[in-house]
Design a protein around this ligand. Sequence first.
Ligand code: HPA
Length: 269
Amino acid sequence: MLSSDAFHGAQEVPVPGKMKESETLLAIIGGSGLTQLSTLEVLRREVSRTPYGEPSGALTFGRLLGGEVVFLARHGYGHTIPPHRVNYRANLWALKAVGAECVVSVASVGGIRPDCVPGTLVVPDQILDYTWGRANTFFDALHTSVRHIDFTHPYDEGMRRRILDMAHEAGEEVIDGAVYAATQGPRLETAAEIDRLERDGADVVGMTGMPEAVLARELELPYAAINVVANFAAGRGTSVQGIHFERVEQVLQEAMLRVRNVLTRLCQQ
Ligand code: HPA
């Protein structure tokens, strides 16, 4: 049986030292379709190293209509790092180390639930993890006591609310609550796999939500996601015969304008 002291308390988290004092610093991790924020007034870029190696790229510090943000392109600035090779630990650690106080993840997904059609913005509230072989914890040092964190609600509810409120203010429609299935990639799923995910309760499917969410939790960084439905998942809607990549690009471009609208308001808070 697990003893209660096997579950960590706040003071036990091996957080990296905060390097700078700042106003509330919002971190944005951008995925496919959001490798940069065109409306960001860039103040500086910082290359960082962490005990876990290098993050996906330099951290970009800037202001979005006055609010301070630090931006990181999850797949690198040339979009060269596939989901299973992203150094999630280094990314989260680096953001925490520069003083980020909360993280918004932007990631594209395939839509499984009928209302999750291409172009829809979704703020998920649950996760199913099908990834494997990824470094998914900071608590893996040998010869230290075993730690387990609570992950009942994988996204920070306060952050989710803020995103939903800002989307509402911006007049952007978003779906509140969905089960995000994290698959290994980089290939897309088969139709039968999507059927299984649906039976498991998944509403959308993506490849990067884990271990990102759990690593943020281990570092006590409030974390929430905005998912952009890029395509119908395999075997659904117009993806019955296959996924049309030409359409995906166009859908993402249009939807990211709406995501930027929400992010801009979010960092002004
Ligand atoms: N499956 C997994 N990840 C994705 C998809 C998908 O259909 N679309 C965008 N990211």
